[in-house]
Every structure is written in C-alpha cells, then in structure tokens.
Design a protein around this ligand. Structure first.
Ligand code: PMT
Length: 407
C-alpha cells in the first residue's frame, strides 16, 4: 500500500461518468478528502443519472461542473482552467463510451473537453460490463490511451450488476486512493532528472533488395520497457527503435530506424548523453551491395549473398572520448555458457555493464513477456529471478539511478 501522507495538499479533478459504479465515487471523494486532497468534480449527463449533483457537491464542498455551455461555470472557472488546475485528473468510473471518446480525441461534452484540453496526468478506473471491457474496440482504445501515458487502475474481476462474471468491476475506492498515492510517490521519485539517456531497442532490418531483408525475432519489449522506466525516473530519453509492433512509450523521444547504420547515426545524433543502454538486437552483418531492384528468379539458381560486417553501436558508444556516456550498458544474448560469453563481451565491447540473457529456443526471451537476466559489472554478477520485462526494466533503471547517486 502506498504511503498516504503524500496525498495531503494535492488537487484532484474527478470525472464521474455514467455507470452503476458511480456510487463508489462518492466514497472515493470522502476517502481522498480525509487525506487532505482537494477534490473538484465534473459529472457527465449520464453520471448524473447514477449519483445526484447535490451529493457530489456536498462531499466535495465545491461547485459540481456539468455543462460545457454553462455561462456561470465558464465565468467562474473556464473549462481550460478547470482542466489544468489539478495535479491529477481521475476518471472514475471510466465507461466504455468515455474511454472511446478520449481515445478518439472527442470534445463533445465538458468531461471529454477537459480530458482533451488537459496537460496534466490522467488516471482512469474502467467500469463496465465484462463483454464491453473485453471487446476489441475497448481493448484497442485502452491500449492507445496507455501508450499516450494514461494510467489505469482495475478493472477487477467479480460479479457485475448485470449478473455476469469477469473483469469489468471498478476498482474499490481504497484501491483507487492507493493508485493515486502511488502516482504521486512515483512522481516525487525522479533520481534521474536532468540526465539524458539513449536506449536502443528492437531488431534491425538489413535489406537484400527493395522487398526482402535480413532480420531477427526481437520484439522490442525489453528495450521499450527500459526506455519507459528511465523516463519514469526522470531521465530525458531518446529511444532509437528498429521496426516493432509496439506503440511508442510515453514520455520518450522516439527515433524510428531500419538498419544498423541508421541506428548508429541516430545514436550519435542523440549524444551527448549520460546513459546509453543498448538492448537492440542489431544485425551483425548486412548484405554487401544490396540490390536496388528486386532480385529475379531467372532459372540460374539462387543468388549468392555476400555479407559484410555492420558497425558495432555498443562498442562505438563505449569508446573513450569526450562524448562517451558516463554509463554504457550493453546486453548479451547467448545460447549457452551465458556468464562466460557475456563477461568476455563486456570486456571486448568496452561497456560498463552487461545484462546477460539466455535466448535459447524455449526460453521465450525473444518476443516473450518475461526475462531472466544477470547484471554483470566490474565488481561482480547479480542474478535476478525471472520476472516480467517491465520489472527487469524498473530494476535496471533503479540500478542506473543508484550508479549516479552522489555523483
Ligand atoms: O526485443 P525482445 O523481444 O524484448 O527481446 C529482448 C532481447 C533478447 C533482444 C534483449 O534482451 C537482448 O538481449 N538484446 C541484445 C541482443 C543482441 O544483439 O545481443 P548480442 O549479444 O548479439 O550483442 C551484444 C550487444 O552488442 C548488445 O547490446 C547489442 O545491442 C550490441 N550490438 C550488437 C551488434 C552490433 N552491430 N551493434 C551493437 O550495438
């Protein structure tokens, strides 16, 4: 449970949309106010069918904002000001309809307008029927919002008001309070503020001809998670990404490239930096003299592809010089003797740390959601338990922050 002391003095704008869970938002207001949070509320037209404006007003001890066209509200507090005079916007319950309107950038009522106009972080607590939550449209809307940095708490599993069972119940008021406290705690923990980081992620595509290329199975999950984790700790992150299916992580500058040479050029452009983390699976070789026309199957047998070596981005960034980042972290993808090969790689490439992982078939390291890594530094090896790639990223980012502590 997050430390609730952090909540005192914070300002939350609570958007209450139209769902049966809206009654829990009244309890949420009470719990937040008990902890010293100023709560201002926006109630949608549908929300007002589930809870009365009078109850919300009594609990917030403030005006309840409802109408985009209210001259009184606009003269007291314009909707743009309303959207910015809070430390956090919380949408509870966040209905399928409001999530869709947020994802689509609609501004068709006060709630949607405020959510579109805000420059403040947004936390949503989805609440809806299980089928509505599981519908591809809602899942796509939620994924899009999360890729834009919208935070989420819940939904929980349980019996719904409609007697169906599954995910869709709004998180309980105290879970939402915890999520809000967690957000403010994370926001005040920014040990990498003022540091610049370069992260490489994903595969590279090395052309054979205009339609064919050499690639590998990297999904970018590990590298993207590291970029996001460093940004969460306050670093200014440039993510140099090969082709992946992932959305750009929120809070990072993302440079999309295809080849190893483009990746190196993008990394060099992003210098100077304090931190470089090379998690990309860069192709070691490319086709020497890729054809600018599609190779034809002309009956003369398959073409011979001559390969030539790609530049080594990690070794280049690790080279001593004015622009060498203070901390260069490489990865080692091995299929046996992981620690021996990875330790040798750290010395050969000249980086400070190596994160070694086993990519043998069956491990699921390439493309999967979990990873088992060993962090190899000059003074020893730390073996971490298997965990989600997000957790590996958070732990690595904390280790990076520890390195800079006191510097
Ligand atoms: O993307 P995912 O599906 O999430 O999978 C994650 C991962 C397995 C790709 C990742 O955890 C990982 O191990 N990344 C490094 C993959 C790799 O190319 O390893 P390597 O041992 O071949 O290379 C060693 C290091 O040199 C790596 O930091 C690599 O980025 C770097 N390198 C390699 C070749 C090259 N030409 N330039 C480089 O910078």
């Amino acid at each position: 449970m997050a430390d609730h002391a952090i909540l005192a003095g914070k300002r939350v704008l609570l958007v209450i949309a139209g769902g049966i869970a809206a009654y829990k938002s009244l309890e949420l207001i009470r719990r937040l106010r008990e902890r010293g949070v100023t709560v201002r509320a926006v109630l949608t037209e549908a929300g007002a069918r589930f809870v009365t404006p009078l109850s919300v007003q009594a609990l917030t001890e403030d005006t309840v904002y409802r109408d985009l066209w209210s001259l009184t509200d606009e003269s007291e507090m314009g909707h743009i000001r309303l959207s910015r005079e809070a430390d956090l916007l919380v949408v509870a319950p966040a209905t399928a309809n409001l999530l869709a309107r947020m994802a689509g950038g609609m501004a068709d009522d006060l709630a949607a307008t405020v959510l579109l106009a805000t420059d403040k972080p947004v936390l949503v607590a989805p609440a809806m029927n299980v089928r509505m939550w599981q519908h591809a449209a809602t899942q796509a809307n939620m994924a899009l919002l999360e890729s834009r940095g919208v935070l989420r708490v819940g939904p929980n599993d349980g019996v719904m008001a409609c007697n169906e069972y599954g995910p869709g119940r709004m998180a309980e008021p105290m879970e939402i309070v915890d999520a809000i406290a967690g957000f403010f705690a994370a926001e005040s923990h920014r040990p990498l503020a003022g540091r610049r980081a370069i992260v490489t992620s994903g595969p590279t595509h090395e052309p054979i001809d205009p339609v064919r290329y050499i690639a590998n199975r990297s999904s970018g999950k590990q590298g993207h998670a590291i970029a996001a984790a460093l940004a969460t700790l306050g670093a200014e992150v440039t993510l140099v990404s090969g082709p992946t299916r992932l959305p750009d992580p929120a809070g990072c500058k993302v440079v999309h490239i295809e080849t190893a040479r483009e990746m190196l050029a993008a990394c060099e452009t992003a210098l100077p930096a304090d931190i470089a983390v090379c998690a990309a699976a860069v192709a070691d070789w490319r086709v020497d003299g890729a054809s600018d026309r599609k190779l034809k199957k002309d009956g003369g047998g398959p073409p011979a592809l001559a390969l030539t070596e790609n530049p080594d981005i990690l070794a280049t960034l690790s080279r001593p010089g004015e622009h060498r980042p203070a901390l260069v972290v490489g990865f080692a993808a091995e299929t046996g003797d992981v620690l021996t090969y990875a330790t040798a790689k750290r010395a050969r490439k000249g980086c400070d740390w190596i994160v070694a992982n086993d990519v043998s078939p069956g491990t699921g390291t390439f493309g999967g959601s979990d990873n088992t890594v060993h962090l190899i530094r000059a003074d020893g090896v730390e073996s971490w338990p298997t965990m989600p790639k997000d957790a590996v990223a958070t732990r690595l980012a904390e280790a990076v922050a520890g390195y800079f502590e006191g510097k």
